[in-house]
Design a protein around this ligand. Sequence first.
Ligand code: ZN
Length: 300
Amino acid sequence: MSISGPHGLEVDIPFFEIDGSEDGPHLTVLAGVHGAEYSSIAAAKKFVREIDVTLVRGRITVVPIVNILGFWARTAFIVPADGKNLNRSFPGDSSGTFSEVLADRVFKKFIEDSDFLVDMHAGDIPESLTPFTVFEESIVEDKSLALAKAYGIKDIVRQKMSGMVVTGSTTAAAAAIGIPAVTVESGHNGILDPRAVEIHCLGITNLARSVGVLSGTPWPERPHQLYDGWDWLRSDREGWWSPLCETGAEVHAGQVVGTMSDLWGDVYAQVTAPNDGTILFQTSSPAVSAGGILVGLAIR
Ligand SMILES: [Zn+2]
């Protein structure tokens, strides 16, 4: 798909489309909305290239690198053309900046006509992460939760509409128009990690079987932990971040999870957990700007 953005910017986004010989649902899989999350990009590509097309019922669309400019530029989180986070830009704006135009085109071409949406992520360059999945509170949330369970990753976060920490994501925009959707995270720090790729490939294959777009028996439901929303801890000013907990650690309300210091080494803030929860991701880079994310705490 070719995108013409503002200022004459044109990009081509590769995608795969497999039509089955029999009718069935339409599953769309996106990856590389964050262009340096290589484990998810590699997994999307591996999944679609290794599909036995005789087993497809309906249609599977896979877009392995949505943010192709970020991929080539190796930038974390943002689209280099305008510095915006594409996963805060959905459903997009056809007369907006490049990211908003891209979101609009991706939404109309790939998301709007889907029956199910999966958006694969992998922990960007400054981001330590333990695998988890996220779905939004919506009119189709039961079906979104079923997708999350089928992916087989233990930790599942339900994002509430009130105090929603992430707006403008692919899955929130899809769920808002009644398409069951889940964001899946496996991988960390922009590393191409074969174990993270494997988790994604097993998960997406089982999910595809569970919705009937791929023949085969899905595995029995696995144990999972459902979290009631997020606390995203941020720094109110720029400084040096020193995390004190392992990623994946369970912490309690009031526990110090890290400190912020100035560049001379003087600690000026202790960062505490507002609720009991599990650290599903955290910033591993010491350099944090004003307003920057420190910890993603899923609330127990
Ligand atoms: Zn991401």
